[in-house]
Design a binder for this molecule. Structure first.
Ligand code: SF4
Length: 349
């Protein structure tokens, strides 16, 4: 009886698992490397979005050694469009540490994995289970939903996550940890979907409490608070060049950023560091409602156009030739703005 649930889950997985590129490997080290890269890419991103990025990435860096010698800008370029760039930097740094301190072999040890940049409890558990076939399970949103519905748990108690983990320990496969961990994720992604779970084809419907009760809401919605921040974005041109700014913010410092200033400051007294930035003529607001979302921050941006910049003393400012802008690694809001210019939704004056 104890094996009924895991056997049903594993049998379903044998017949229905997706053919994903990180599930195709040649040899043990290749498998570990592919699991590592895919787990970084899948953090907060859906499988179908990740696949083309994963394929391109593996083409450029087919193994951990190659990745460990990579240049951060190249890694960022390949990550462009996937978002959350800190993952790219952390993956590269993890590869460097593994190459230099662990002879290029990713250690099969939970605590050591967690000591690497960008690897927390979930990613370490997923790698331990999927790559090394160890007795771990990474509980992502898909697994949580599937198990909660199966056992009729509601996310309204402090110990909800713990209850899921305890239940998983009870029902887990005895030896096939890798396959079981992936099967749970796949069940959550393909069958026990957030909306309209596909109970009619679910192998567990006879065992499922939510199905019996016809009550599939397991989550008490606890929406993340959205922070609204207001900015001016300075759009300044000189001949064929656009003004950029070296932003010292940790998340932006590796990118080319259009100058942003907080809306609270007085636009017409805008001297970044004492008289460093002078302009001729009146700055003109050419767009009032440029919106950009980053995580739980909603940026409300007014675009301010400057016809002529008279003097820039601050070496944090620099120009980029408009025709060469595609060679630069733009921050997400800058990229979005430049797309508006390219598609003539904002005039390149
Ligand atoms: S029967 Fe329905 S609710 Fe229950 S686990 Fe299967 S898909 Fe999810």
């Amino acid at each position: 009886m104890k094996n009924v649930l895991p056997n049903k889950i594993l049998a379903w997985y044998d017949n229905h698992q997706r053919d994903l590129p990180w599930r195709r490997y040649r040899g043990f080290q290749d498998r570990i490397y592919k699991v590592l890269v895919s787990e970084f890419m899948l953090q907060q991103t859906q499988v179908k979005t990740v696949i083309p990025f994963f394929n391109k990435f593996l083409k450029a860096f087919p193994n951990l050694k190659k990745l460990s010698k990579a240049n951060l800008n190249k890694v960022y370029k390949l990550w462009q469009g996937l978002g959350y760039y800190s993952r790219a930097k952390n993956l590269l740094n993890t590869a460097k540490i593994v190459q230099s301190q662990h002879k290029g072999i990713l250690p099969a040890d939970f605590e050591t994995l967690k000591s690497f940049p960008g690897i927390g409890d979930y990613t370490a558990s997923a790698i331990m289970a999927i790559a090394f076939n160890k007795d771990f399970i990474g509980v992502d949103g898909n697994v949580e939903r599937f198990v909660a519905r199966l056992f009729g748990y509601k996310n309204n108690k402090k110990n909800f996550k713990n209850s899921i983990l305890l239940k998983l320990k009870e029902i887990k496969s005895e030896d096939n940890f890798s396959k079981f961990a992936q099967a749970l994720m796949e069940m959550g992604a393909l069958i026990c979907t957030p909306q309209n779970p596909r109970c009619n084809i679910c192998p567990l419907k006879q065992n499922c409490i939510s199905f019996k009760k016809k009550d599939f809401d397991y989550k008490i919605i606890n929406k993340k608070k959205v922070n609204i921040k207001k900015y001016y974005l300075l759009y300044a041109l000189e001949k064929n060049k656009i003004l950029f700014f070296n932003n010292k913010n940790k998340l932006l410092q590796d990118f080319a950023n259009l100058p942003l200033i907080s809306y609270k400051k007085n636009l017409f007294d805008m001297n970044f560091k004492k008289n460093s930035f002078h302009f001729e003529g009146e700055p003109k607001i050419i767009k009032k409602n440029f919106v950009h979302n980053i995580s739980n921050i909603k940026m409300l941006i007014k675009i301010v156009f400057f016809k002529r910049i008279k003097k820039i003393n601050d070496n944090q400012f620099y120009w980029i030739d408009y025709n060469k802008i595609d060679n630069s690694l733009l921050s997400s809001f800058s990229k979005k703005f430049i797309e508006l210019v390219k598609t003539k939704k904002i005039k390149y004056v």
